[in-house]
Design a protein around this ligand. Structure first.
Ligand code: MLC
Ligand code: AMP
Length: 458
């Protein structure tokens, strides 16, 4: 493992894991306890993650960009026994906050022989309701899905994964980090994504890069300005994309620059990765490929439904949402609308719900943003929609009926009013005299999104 140019051997990682598990055990962590983490990417985070797994406790990663209400919801809902924070966030972690540093105090390692069905992770993800839900992923889910995918992509000890993804979502945590650890590949952790950092990492021996489409868009902008860096990226073995739709034109442009045809795959916090283009065979642009080993899929009323090793046990403390997420015969309803071609390759066309947005690979709930905007004094009615965006995939647009048409709110004042993660702030404002509604009085969001895409300047 490499972090900030500091190299950590497997043996040192083991030592750090032991120290962290001794410390967590000394703090009273028991199997099944939820251990939340509210921190930037750091080696101590990885040691604490592995120690939490070793103790049979449940890791609850939290986006460090979360504001008070978002953080409080996850901590309260998960019932976290403690919150591991980096120094900068200790004060925000509340009474259960503990520093992530000083793990290196020696101690007897603690371990618990976890049953495969025990919970390993609670991953909070936005839904159609305002509040994020916790996906319960067991050790069997993580191992099953990660070994299937990393096997398909032939990750191995000869690889070095260039890791620039956040560790609080399944892409960075399970696909990239656990994938590399499971296959004995090296991991080069970048503290922040930038095209230059990725190119430098490949120049130093990185072989596999996994990214969200926004990262590829930024890499392409860099390559357009500095095409000679394409030859550096050409030295890698594999580029993978997921978490949001990769435009077919971007895939083709990346191939022109680097010779690499990106392997696009599809997944969810609820299911881990279920579909992928192949390592060998045709990688079809604009598709997410076919089911990976162990996954069964079907399409019902254009919606993709899946069953497989990574499919969650349900939503934490939410039997109603869990019941709604599954069909009676045990398939998970993804909420994604798809098309399947004659070769069985799947194209994701969109979401069945317009209340879910994807911005830079982050899933956002329109409702959560609307709830806050509705409290703005100059807003009479509001609907949040996602409009296509070249860099971010989608952009948050607030469609607002002002209280006083003569004094509408400004975009800046709406942004300041939203006390949520930066990515949830509106980036466009669409002022209307009224919101389009159907006969039932429900806002016609598809129509509104189309109008906003046409009328709101990027
Ligand atoms: C957000 N910002 C925008 C914007 N949207 N600015 C202008 N226009 C928009 N449309 C702002 C943010 O609010 C923020 O403001 C700033 O840009 C940075 O936000 P950020 O998202 O942290 O961006 P950045 O630092 O530039 O990094 C971009 C990124 C990052 C692509 C590296 O978004 C990222 O790591 N995304 C990965 C998400 C991920 O891992 N998803 C996987 C989910 S799992 P400010 O003021 O702070 O600068 C999943 C399953 C699967 O989906 O299949 O994998
Ligand atoms: P999350 O809840 O953050 O894990 O997001 C899961 C959602 O991301 C899926 O339901 C899809 O809508 C979307 N997604 C993931 N991978 C892809 C992809 N390759 N193409 C299009 N959408 C994707």
């Amino acid at each position: 493992m490499l972090l900030s140019d500091r190299s950590v051997s497997w043996a040192e990682l083991d030592d750090r894991l032991d120290a962290a598990s001794a410390r967590l055990a000394a703090l009273g962590v028991q199997p099944g306890d939820r251990v939340a983490c509210f921190a930037d990417t750091h080696l101590d985070v990885i040691a604490a993650l592995l120690a939490t797994h070793a103790l049979g406790a449940v890791w609850v990663p939290i986006n460090p960009g979360y504001q008070h209400a978002e953080l409080a919801h996850v901590l309260e809902h998960s019932g976290a026994a403690l919150v591991l924070c980096d120094e900068a966030r200790l004060a925000r972690g509340g009474p259960r906050a503990r520093p992530l540093s000083s793990w290196c105090t020696r101690g007897r390692p603690h371990a618990h022989a976890a049953d495969d069905d025990e919970l390993a992770l609670l991953i909070y993800t936005s839904g159609t309701t305002g509040r994020a839900k916790g996906c319960m992923l067991s050790f069997a889910n993580v191992l099953g899905a990660v070994s299937a995918l990393s096997g398909l992509w032939r990750l191995g000890p000869g690889d070095e994964v260039v890791h620039a993804l956040p560790l609080f979502h399944v892409h960075g945590l399970c696909v990239a980090l656990h994938g590399a650890l499971l296959r004995g590949a090296r991991t080069r952790m970048l503290e922040r994504f930038s095209p230059a950092a990725v190119i430098d990492a490949v120049a130093r021996g990185g072989t596999v890069f996994m990214g969200v489409p926004t990262m590829y868009r930024r890499l392409l902008d860099h390559l357009d300005a500095k095409p000679q860096d394409g030859a550096v990226l050409a030295r890698a073995r594999l580029f993978c994309a997921g978490s949001a739709a990769l435009p077919a034109a971007d895939l083709e442009a990346f191939q022109r620059h680097t010779g690499h045809r990106i392997v696009e795959r599809y997944g969810m916090s609820e299911t881990l990765i279920t579909l992928s283009n192949p390592l060998e065979g045709t990688r079809k642009a604009g598709t997410v490929g076919r089911p990976i080993p162990g996954v069964h899929m079907r399409v019902v009323d254009d919606e993709l439904q899946v069953q497989g090793p990574g499919v969650m046990r349900g939503y934490w403390h939410d039997p109603e949402a869990t019941a709604q997420a599954f069909t009676p015969d045990g398939f998970l309803k993804t909420g994604d609308t798809v098309r399947v071609d004659d070769d069985g390759y799947v194209t994701i066309i969109g979401r069945t719900s317009t209340d879910i947005l994807k911005v830079g690979g982050y899933k956002l709930s329109a409702r959560e943003i609307e709830e806050q905007l509705a409290m703005h004094p100059a807003v009479r009615e509001v609907a949040v929609v996602g409009v296509p965006d070249r860099e971010w995939g989608q952009r948050v647009v607030a469609c607002v009926v002002p209280r006083d048409a003569g004094a509408p709110p400004t975009l800046t004042s709406l942004q300041a009013h939203v006390q949520l993660h930066e990515a949830k702030k509106p980036r466009g404002l669409y002022l209307l005299a009224e919101l389009p509604k159907n006969a039932m009085g429900k806002v016609q969001k598809k129509l509104l999104a189309d109008q906003a895409a046409r009328d709101v300047a990027p």
